[in-house]
Structures are given as C-alpha cells and as structure tokens.
Design a binder for this molecule. Structure first.
Ligand code: FAD
Length: 356
C-alpha cells in the first residue's frame, strides 16, 4: 500500500547584488546551469526540475521556482546564437536581430536552431541557499489545498513560490510515520542550496517515460466547479495536475510585457494535466484521462496554454496561446524561415503557408 499525497515546494530568497549574465550551450539541462551558477550564489529562473533541457524550456517561456521573483526564463534571455533555415549564423540581441530575440522569448523552435543562450543571473543570497522543500497533505485534502494555494499565493510576496502536484509516497519505512501525522502530514521545509531544491524531484520522472499533456492558462477567478473535477479525476503520481503561478508583472516592469512573445501576463496560472506511463500499451488510457480532465476544467480557461505543455492541438490553440503577438511572430517567421523548415513544434507557419 502506498499513501497518496499532494506536495507543494516553496522557497525564499534575498535581494542583493546586481544581476550578471551566464551563457548556456543549447544541449545543457538546467541542472548543468545551476551547477555553474549556484556555487556563486546566483541563478537564472528556469523550471521546477533540473533534468529539463535549457533550449526547449526557454524557447516556450519557462515557469519555475524563481518566476514570481525574477520573471519567466525568457524575461532573462539576453542573447541567443542561432543557425537560421538558410544556414546563416546570427547573434540575436536587443541591438541586432531584435525581432528574432523577441520571437525566441516564447515563440518556440520556429525560427532556427539556437546553439547558445545568454541569460541574466540573479543573486539568491549567501551560497545560493534558499528555504524550500515539500509540504505533504493527504489526497483527501487535495481540493481544499489546491483552492487555498491558488487563492492565497498571488497575494503573498514574490519571494515565496512553489508548485502543487500529486505524488505517491513509497511504502518504505521512512515514510510510514507520515500516515500518523495530522494535516499537513509532512513539512519538509529547510535551508538548502537552490540546485538541491531544483533537482529534488528529478528522480520521479526518469528519461524514457511516455507523456501526454493537456494544458491551459487559468485566470484568478477559478470556478468552484474545479472541486468536482479534481475529486472525480483523482490525480495521482502518474496522473498529476500541476499549477505554476505566472504573476502580473506588468505594473512593476511595464516594458517586459512587450519585450517577449510570451503573451499571458495578466496574473494567473499555467496549468498542466499530465499522464505519464512507462508502458506504451497504456497510451490510450493516459491520453483519455488527460483529455477528460482538461475538458472539465477548460470552461475556466483564459484561452490558450503555455506552449511548453502543449501537444498537437491545432493552429487555433497556437494562435490563442500567443494572443496579439501571433501576427508579429508570423512576420519574424517570414523573415527567418519562409519555407517553414522548422515545423516540428507548436508551429507558426509563414503567412503564405498558413492554411488555418
Ligand atoms: C519532467 C518534465 C518537467 C518539466 N517541467 C517544466 C517546468 O517546470 N517549467 C516549464 O516551463 N516547462 C517544463 N517542462 C516542459 C518543458 O519545458 C518542455 O517539454 C520543453 O520542450 C523541453 O525542452 P527540451 O529541450 O528538454 O526538449 P526537446 O525535446 O529537446 O525540445 C523540445 C522542442 O524545443 C525546440 N528545441 C529544442 N532544442 C532547440 C534548439 N537548440 N533550437 C531551437 N529549438 C529547439 C524544438 O521545437 C523541440 O521539438 C517539463 C517537461 C518535463 C518532461
């Protein structure tokens, strides 16, 4: 028997030195980047795991532990080296190929092969130490915990962040006592280097699993109908629902909103429903479960989704995800990839090839 619980990681950091920059080769994982920066007490905002690739996560936007405090990953992308479809090599910065840099800040792999990224780094405090870790509740409390988290977090300081997910505690002896605790069952918050927090859950998702995602952005005013959906669909370790808070930073940094292709800046949630399974025979089961769950929550959606969590959902969903930025992305696509050579992605076809 195993004990299903929800988990919420959280961290604090201190403000301090001026940011500096860090280059990452496109094949790196975020664990590689953390390894280079946390030793100096610095980090670039990325995701909630260390095993994710730098390139794909960055090009889609990037939500993670540091997003509330320092922005999306794309908000911290200063420059990118890119091989375009015609084989030419360019460096995209604010000063040169500024339109391409804008498009790479959320527009995905549509515009070329990025061979190197340069990011802004931020001070995390002494030795890169944050306070973080899991807080675990019984699955029966999940709807209440989710509602509390989603309603409270936006009003809390941006130094505090986390994610909410559903996991299964192994039945091994160290975890047995959690069943006898009250609620919450475990509070695992403690000081740790940021890269330790970021890699804490990597082992849950080793390479080689098959995944099926369904995603949506959600507004703040979520309907109570969610509660029923969570109870009926009963997310588990292999079938989690995760929410990442994407704060409204437009008032604090008005320029930011227009400087990236990432379009959802209203202050809300990037939600993703995930089916994970090692056995290809279960492909139909996990995809049907995710689609049904998504269908129930979709009426509360803000429209599109974080493209990092989308599969083949058609051109309308891609358009909805980029909102008013879509036409600008088409223009950059026309300039950088007029034949749509890079189309195995959340595709933004050049105007001539757009059949939607
Ligand atoms: C376990 C897990 C956890 C995740 N957690 C988060 C999270 O916390 N936050 C978040 O935002 N996302 C998260 N994601 C989603 C993740 O950002 C996307 O799946 C992303 O596409 C992964 O990028 P990759 O480079 O690892 O994958 P890849 O499969 O290598 O790339 C995905 C796509 O990115 C493009 N691409 C990749 N490399 C390049 C390149 N060099 N140049 C141009 N285009 C390129 C291509 O279109 C490619 O098809 C997670 C995914 C997984 C599997």
């Amino acid at each position: 028997m195993s004990s299903p619980t929800t988990a919420s990681g959280a961290w604090y950091s201190t403000a301090g030195r001026a940011p500096t920059s860090q280059a990452a080769i496109a094949r790196c994982t975020w664990g590689d980047v953390d390894h280079a920066t946390v030793a100096f007490g610095m980090a670039t905002p990325s995701g909630f795991l260390a095993s994710t690739g730098v390139a794909g996560l960055t090009l889609g936007g990037g939500t993670g532990y540091l997003t509330r405090r320092f922005g999306l990953t794309v908000d911290n992308l200063i420059a990118a080296d890119v091989v375009l479809a015609d084989g030419s090599f360019v460096k995209a910065t604010e000063q040169a190929h500024g339109d391409l840099l804008w498009a790479l800040r959320g527009g995905g792999g549509n515009f070329g092969v990025v061979t190197s990224f340069t990011f802004r780094c931020h001070d995390l405090g002494e030795n890169g130490t944050v306070i973080g870790g899991p807080v675990l509740y019984d699955l029966a409390d999940a709807p209440e915990v989710m509602r509390w988290y989603r309603e409270l977090l936006p009003s809390l300081p941006e130094e505090l962040s986390g994610w909410i997910g559903v996991l299964t505690i192994p039945p091994a002896p160290p975890f047995k006592p959690v069943k006898t605790f009250g609620s919450p069952l475990v509070v695992g918050l403690r000081p740790m280097p940021f890269n330790v927090l970021q890699s804490a859950f990597d082992a849950l998702y080793p390479a080689g699993l098959q995944w099926y995602w369904k995603a949506d952005f959600f507004k703040r005013d979520l309907r109570r109908g969610d509660r029923r959906a969570h109870q009926v669909r009963r997310p588990t370790a292999d079938r989690p629902l995760d929410y990442a808070h994407v704060p409204d930073r437009r008032r604090r940094q008005p320029v930011l909103a227009g400087s990236t292709a990432f379009a959802y800046r209203d202050g809300g949630w990037a939600g993703v429903i995930v089916g994970v399974d090692p056995d290809p025979a279960n492909a139909g089961v996990i995809s049907q479960w995710a689609r049904d769950y998504w269908q129930e929550l979709h009426p509360t959606s803000a429209g599109g989704a974080h493209v990092n969590f989308m599969m083949e959902e058609g051109q309308d969903r891609v358009r909805a995800s980029y909102r008013g930025n879509y036409d600008g992305l088409v223009q950059v696509k026309e300039r950088c990839d007029p034949e749509n050579f890079f189309h195995v992605n959340q595709n933004i076809p050049p105007a001539s090839g757009d059949s939607a």
